[in-house]
Design a protein around this ligand. Structure first.
Ligand code: C2O
Ligand code: CU
Length: 426
């Protein structure tokens, strides 16, 4: 068999199960592929031949130079979720750039000021393109990373299959109005399969599922949750079951005490998502679980802008302005005016009230914000905040990244059906 260079490269990529990419220049090529996911061969969309796409790894302080080479028969855009990139590198249709048409390229370039666990995904028809596989892990290692034996990415993904076990490509809009397009297959895709008892692990857990919330329960590990949405916790938390809404991340540093199982226990479920086989024993580390060094963030003070954001709509709710089922402050779809027009370095506080009958996870581009607890104290830094039906929560941030930034529900079916707004920083 004679193969050309491109075929050879894609064969190689297929054999190596999406090796990690890093270094000075990277190309991400989204394409239609047939690949193994959750134990089945399915027609999907993949970056560089795989679902998920390759793990991208850089070191804090590096400059990422990433070429998007659109191999789809459709438009493409990549968003670097959670990374505080310059606005024109944010990968958002209309607000920051034009869609990259089939056969065209776009060069993304940005400096990596923050260490942590981030991810990349399609931001064009994202409810469909992400659900078909256009996502991957984006890891920025600390300048002096904590000592662990294995650094493992874990991506929680669900798939909707039809009665014949084929990928359900109906994208029934009726699902948009409720909890979204939930898959009937759930899986955890791990970058490694086996460990030894006594190993110290760092798990970088990412939820790229378009609409599904997980409550992740882990057995066989003793350790701490050390970061949320990429940002180190000042005080690491006990390794208890973790809620992970679409787009959210969680870093765990822990020692292996037995076979490791990851289960989803959300809403009464008890489903095995994935596991790590134990192949031997070594003497465990005696060092305490480390606290990660903080990223440089300005602490918000008294807000210059205080706003309310009311989440409305969904099945059974009254109609709103605009075209979609879901609305924010009475408007469905991107409004003509931003929610906030701030000057650089001003502080915003948004009180988000979920008046719908469903949970939502609100994601802000270009910044991290603090969740405020009920007594008004600053909670952890996040880029996405989960609100249960009927719940209200305030968030606050210093808006120090100039540009037009999206604020939307990261249940991508809800975003597609109107749950999106934006703010500007000048
Ligand atoms: Cu993860 Cu608007 O995106
Ligand atoms: Cu939502």
């Amino acid at each position: 068999m004679k193969v050309n260079r491109r075929q050879a490269l894609s064969l190689l990529a297929a054999c190596l199960a999406t090796p990690a990419l890093g270094g000075s220049r990277i190309t991400l090529r989204p394409e239609e592929i047939v690949t193994q996911v959750a134990g089945r061969r399915l027609p999907m969309l993949g970056f560089n031949g795989g679902v998920p796409g390759p793990d991208i790894r850089f070191r804090q302080g590096d400059t990422a130079q990433i070429r998007l080479d659109n191999g789809l028969n459709d438009g493409a855009l990549v968003h670097w979720h959670g990374l505080r990139v310059p606005n024109r590198m944010d990968g958002v249709n209309v607000l920051t750039q034009d869609v990259v048409i089939p056969g065209e390229r776009f060069d993304y370039r940005f400096d990596l000021a923050d260490a942590g666990t981030y991810w990349y995904h399609s931001h064009y028809l994202s409810y469909e393109q992400v659900s078909r596989g256009l996502f991957g892990a984006f890891i920025v290692e600390e300048r002096d990373p904590p000592a662990v034996d294995h650094d493992i990415t874990v991506q929680l993904f669900d798939l909707l299959l039809d009665a014949d076990g084929q990928y359900d490509d109906s994208f029934d809009p009726a699902r948009f109005a409720t909890e979204g397009r939930l898959g009937n297959i759930k899986t955890a895709i791990l970058s490694r399969n086996s460990v030894q008892q006594g190993d110290r692990l760092r798990l970088r857990i990412i939820n790229p599922s378009i609409d599904r919330i997980y409550r992740l329960s882990v057995t066989g590990l003793a350790g701490k949750i050390v970061a949320l949405d990429g940002m180190p916790l000042e005080v690491p938390q006990a390794l208890a079951p973790m809620a992970l809404a679409p787009s959210q991340r969680c870093d765990v540093i822990a020692d292996v005490t037995g076979p490791v199982a990851l289960r989803d226990t959300y809403d009464g479920a008890n489903d095995l998502l994935g596991h790590l086989t134990v192949t031997g024993t070594r003497s465990p580390s005696t060092a305490p679980i480390p606290t990660l060094p903080p990223n440089r963030m300005t602490r918000p003070g008294t807000p210059d802008h205080t706003t309310r954001l009311v989440l409305q709509g969904g099945a059974g709710a009254p109609a709103h302005r605009g075209t979609g089922t879901w609305a924010l402050n009475d408007v469905s779809g991107l409004p003509s005016r931003p929610l906030i027009a701030a000057k650089r370095s001003q502080t915003m506080r948004i009180e988000i009230e979920n008046r719908t009958g469903f949970p939502h996870v609100m994601h802000l581009h270009g910044h991290h914000f603090h969740e405020l607890d009920t007594s008004g104290d600053l909670g952890p830094l996040r880029d996405s905040t989960l609100l249960a039906a009927g719940e209200t929560r305030a968030i606050t941030a210093v808006l120090d990244n100039p540009g037009a930034w999206m604020l939307h529900c990261h249940m991508l079916s809800h975003q597609a059906d109107g749950m999106a707004t934006w703010l500007t920083v000048s």
